[in-house]
Design a binder for this molecule. Structure first.
Ligand SMILES: Cc1ncc(COP(=O)(O)O)c(C=O)c1O
Length: 383
């Protein structure tokens, strides 16, 4: 079956009781058992451990990513936390891409560092850097590609091969491209991690997360942490996400086409200093973008001539786009990472990895592209 068929049908069967085509929202805490000896015969005991609506989403995501199984969480950060908690103990070392979502950086540097876990933030765009950063106590490699917000890419197959040689898992944050465009497990990674808040939901309606594991062994370990820490996704969120995923491919194609057109418009605009989009020939890793993914995605960033203050003027006056955190939804959003998504990354670290004060991040939505370009043109005229 093709992806568009699978995104609609996989993981979901008509409700056995009523025939309801949509999996119901199983709003329940507990599940009545037939007898002590038949405990868990129907698969469910308590909704912190598993819930049928959440399970339907897990099965759908497993199919789309080509994994062994999936565990869904209350947020993307809860998913990343579960990955850290599963593989890292006091005294261990973890390699993380030097450009990652600010919340991932915060979790590592402000929380896990308190428990004696060491992190190296490595430029994983060059796989040799990953090999050089390996230590005897390295227990996990976590990459994010494309990375939030600079869109730097990591060669997933090359880093996965290094992780395999070292006998440690490689987790990839696949939030920006989703399995429709990029399937890390097919390239050798052990875990594909998502903030389902973004493209899977697609409508700015929920927060959620997921870890798709390449093997049942990895999934069992992750699921143990889910149950122990009580971080499961709610059935309402799973239900909304189940509906969102059904149009993932069409949304991502439409949003990416809009992003490509906007990137080309910005690239020739006299008031724009630079624009970064993996689909442009000027993107430094354009060839890798073409070879490891089936599409370029709907995220881009640019800098306005005149630096941070010019960028702020644009963000404050632009119409159609909303000034907001989040990405991946059908509404176009504009974000200033330095004050919003990456505020907890120290200035020196931001500068080291290229998150400049003037960086304007755009999550391109599904509006008419002419209206989006006209809004950008009008805002640039006011700068
Ligand atoms: C790449 C990436 N991973 C993880 C997260 C965290 O997800 P959530 O906000 O659902 O906790 C985000 C949030 O922006 C993100 O952009």
């Amino acid at each position: 079956m093709g992806f568009k068929t699978k995104q609609i049908h996989d993981g979901v069967t008509p409700d056995p009781l009523t025939g309801s085509i949509l999996t119901p929202i199983y709003q329940t805490t507990t599940y009545v058992q037939d007898s002590v000896d038949e405990y868990l015969a129907k698969g469910y005991s308590y909704s912190r451990s598993a819930n049928p609506t959440v399970r339907a989403l897990e099965q759908k995501l497993t199919s789309l990513e080509g994994g062994a199984d999936t565990t869904c969480f209350g947020t993307g950060m809860a998913a990343i936390n579960a990955v850290f908690m599963t593989y890292l103990n006091a005294g261990d070392h973890c390699i993380v891409s030097d450009v990652v979502y600010g919340g991932t950086y915060r979790l590592a540097t402000k929380i896990y560092s308190r428990f004696g876990v060491e992190f190296s933030f490595v430029d994983t765009s060059n796989a040799d850097n990953v090999r050089e950063a390996l230590r005897d106590n390295t227990k996990l490699i976590l990459t994010e590609t494309p990375a939030n917000p600079t869109l730097k890419l990591t060669d997933i197959a090359a880093v996965s091969a290094i992780a395999k040689e070292a006998g440690i898992p490689h987790g990839v944050d696949n939030t920006f491209l989703t399995p429709y465009y990029q399937r890390p497990l097919e390239l050798g990674a052990d875990l594909s991690i998502h903030s389902t808040t973004k493209y899977f939901d697609g409508h700015n309606a929920t927060v959620g997360g997921a870890v798709v594991a390449a093997s049942a062994e990895h999934d069992e370990k992750i699921r143990f942490v889910l149950n122990a820490t009580g971080s499961i996704m709610s059935p309402q969120v799973a239900w909304l996400t189940l509906q969102g995923v059904k149009t993932l491919a069409q949304r991502l194609d439409g949003q990416s086409q809009n992003a490509h057109a906007i990137a080309e418009f910005l690239e020739q605009h006299p008031k724009v200093e630079s624009v970064t989009y993996p689909g442009l020939a000027s993107f430094p890793q354009h060839e890798l973008a073409k070879s490891q993914a089936d599409g370029f995605g709907a995220m881009l960033w640019f800098e306005v001539k005149g630096g941070a203050s010019a960028g702020k003027t644009l963000m404050d006056c632009i119409e159609v786009f909303s000034l907001a955190e989040n990405l991946g939804s059908i509404e176009s959003l504009i974000t200033h990472p330095v004050t919003m998504t990456h505020a907890d990354v120290e200035k020196a670290e931001r500068e080291r990895v290229g998150i400049s004060d003037g960086l304007v991040r755009v999550s391109v939505g599904l509006e008419d592209v002419e209206d989006l370009i006209a809004a950008l043109d009008a805002a640039l005229a006011k700068v």
